[in-house]
Ligand binder design. Structure first.
Ligand code: NAD
Ligand code: UFG
Length: 334
């Protein structure tokens, strides 16, 4: 089977390419390299010993994507390409709505034109807003997102569902990720955001390599066991494997299906700091700061539906997530 991976040189996309190639899929990638580097293609190929076809294309320039569809016939598309920085989306909502929504509309038009109507979409747990129940199940209604980035995910879920509803040749799998961290065990693939990171693990890694003096812990007065925010951290390789399982689903049904991809375990900010220190024999200096606007106290998945229907469940524990993150940081960030 041949799979198009949009945004395939990015953090989650690159790990998914590796898992797809390991399972014998043919992989074609396009990316505009806005938030990733072309070297990732060589790294994917050196890890797997297999080739991928790479195209530099921008979803906002529909004609730049056309050669991808002219040259290949796809069994499914896994759609990662998009902008993802929450804070930036508040400052530049037009950029986010334009890139993520117009870009995806362009992609879907081409998919329709070339007769590939199966899409797995990178959504986010953020679409639940303030969820009705914790752990969060897929039955929780979607809620109000606290930023434009989140709204692009929520709106795109609706848009893809409407497309499928209008044309039952479409098959749509919406994957709602919780908090991906970790890196490939080779230390070749991982996440290295530009500038000062917003997310917890990239920030910890910058402190660990000595680029930032200390971690600010955003609030210690939440209603959680130690007062700091609780999240569902999932190893990016587990997340990538979830997409491989979702390919079987998207190619065997003509529906809209939605799955949480998380571990079901909630860990606090201080749990993560301690686990990182223990796994890597390091000290992470931190100080308590005020709460960050828009943060929820506790947020973790009920991943049962993905286990039952996709036959997928996360395997890697927190220690492994911390070790793999650090291996990547040492090789790439210092
Ligand atoms: P990433 O930034 O590493 O990867 C996204 C890739 O898309 C980048 O390589 C970027 O260059 C590319 N891209 C962006 N706009 C493009 C365009 N117009 N045309 C072509 N390529 C374009 O991000 P990631 O962490 O790998 O996330 C992948 C997807 O998963 C995104 O859609 C993101 O919103 C979603 N997601 C991520 C998280 C997370 O915490 N990392 C959580 C939930 C959902
Ligand atoms: N945190 C700190 N200090 C930091 C960064 C984060 O204490 O420097 C805390 C936050 O307050 C929160 C936890 O660490 O309690 C996790 O924060 P992240 O920013 O790493 O992740 P979020 O859960 O806020 O959001 C992430 C993605 C969103 C996505 C959401 C759900 O950034 O895009 O997970 O998938 F929508």
């Amino acid at each position: 089977m041949k799979i198009l991976v949009t945004g395939g040189t990015g953090y989650i996309g690159s790990h998914t390419c590796v898992e797809l190639l390991n399972k014998g899929f043919e992989v074609v990638v396009f990316d505009n390299l806005y938030n990733s580097k072309i070297e990732v293609v060589d790294k994917i190929e050196s890890i797997t010993g297999k080739k991928i076809a790479f195209y530099k294309a921008d979803m906002l320039d529909k004609e730049s994507m056309r050669p991808v569809f002219e040259d290949h016939t796809f069994d499914a598309v896994i759609h990662f390409a998009g902008l993802k920085a929450v804070g930036e989306s508040v400052e530049k909502p037009l950029l986010y709505y334009q890139n993520n929504i117009t870009g995806t509309l362009n992609l879907c038009e081409l998919m329709s034109e070339y007769g590939c109507k199966r899409i797995i979409f990178s959504s986010s747990a953020t679409v639940y807003g303030e969820p009705e129940e914790i752990p969060v199940t897929e039955n929780c209604p979607k809620g109000a997102c606290s930023n434009p980035y989140g709204w692009t995910k929520s709106m795109l879920e609706q848009i893809l569902s409407d497309i499928q509803n209008s044309d039952h040749e479409w098959s749509v799998v919406l994957l709602r990720y919780f908090n991906p961290i970790g890196a490939h065990e080779s230390g070749l693939l991982g996440e290295s955001p530009n500038g000062i990171p917003n997310n917890l693990m990239p920030y910890i890694m910058q402190v660990a390599v000595g680029k930032l003096p200390e971690l600010g812990v955003f609030g210690d007065d939440y209603d959680t066991p130690d007062g700091t925010g609780v999240r569902d951290y999932i190893h990016v390789v587990d997340l990538a494997k979830g997409h491989v399982n979702a390919v079987e689903k998207v190619t065997s049904t003509n529906e809209v299906n939605v799955y949480n991809l998380g571990t079901g375990n909630g860990y606090s900010v201080l749990d993560i700091v301690k686990a990182f220190e223990k796994a890597n024999d390091l000290t992470i200096p931190y100080s308590i700061k005020p709460r960050r606007a828009g943060d929820l106290a506790s947020y973790y998945a009920n991943p049962k539906k993905a286990k039952e229907e996709l036959g997928w469940e996360a395997q890697y524990d927190l220690e492994r997530m911390c070790q793999d993150s650090w291996r990547f940081a040492k090789k790439n960030l210092s």
